[in-house]
Ligand binder design. Structure first.
Ligand SMILES: [Zn+2]
Length: 217
């Protein structure tokens, strides 16, 4: 069996409107890239070859436009192309994709009540994607995060998201607490919080690799 290749997904672009805490201290694009780079180091220490779908904070200058919608489409296409070209290179069964985001319940620039951690996958997701999501969920719970799930039996939410629907390998997206919940946002910006988020992804990914290695789905 071939070793698994991990692709980490960063969140959005700096130019994407919104996507920050009401006090402006947490910017999802910046926070996600910090976590992804740190997590990549940790995975490499375990000898796991790791890629990032899109490291820059914004699109190259020649791809930027005043239209946020068009930029978003270009960004998502870049991400999916990167993931699928790695799937072609290594074989989609040997690759896994985890996109790292922060949730929000409002877009009015105010603090809100909803809080907690969740994981998403495509309604068409493979069994492998579901196992990956479950491993991440178990790790988040183990780390004491308040986990959000659709029902007591199901550990992940099904959601139509471009990077989940279009990528060929097992793929999930984590929503790491809420940027518009004050307590969550403060935790995410703390050293302890960043460490916990990195650890849960590391453990979830390692748990998946271990579990899937015995199954060959
Ligand atoms: Zn996001």
């Amino acid at each position: 069996m071939m070793d698994k290749i991990v692709i980490l997904g960063t969140a959005h672009r700096l130019r994407e409107p919104g996507k920050m805490s009401p006090d402006g201290k947490l910017r999802e694009a910046v926070w996600s890239r910090e976590i992804v780079l740190e997590l990549m180091q940790k995975l490499k220490e375990y000898g796991i070859q790791t890629y990032v779908d899109f490291t820059d904070l914004d699109l190259p200058k020649n791809m930027q436009t005043p239209s946020a919608k068009l930029e978003r489409q270009r960004e998502l296409a870049l991400r999916v192309n990167e993931v699928n070209s790695l799937c072609d290179r290594y074989g989609k069964r040997n690759v896994l994709y985890v996109s790292i985001h922060v949730d929000a319940s409002g877009s009015d620039g105010k603090w809100h009540e909803p809080c907690g951690w969740s994981v998403r996958l495509s309604p068409e997701a493979s069994k492998s994607s579901r196992i990956l999501a479950e491993n991440l969920f178990d790790a988040a719970k183990k780390h004491g995060l308040k986990v959000r799930q659709p029902s007591p039996r199901q550990k992940y939410w099904e959601q139509d998201l471009y990077v989940l629907n279009r990528t060929h390998c097992p793929a999930v997206l984590t929503e790491n607490l809420f940027m518009d919940n004050k307590k969550d946002a403060d935790f995410l910006l703390s050293e302890e919080g960043k460490h916990e988020i990195e650890r849960l992804h590391l453990e979830g990914i390692l748990g998946y690799i271990k579990e899937i290695g015995t199954k060959e789905l």
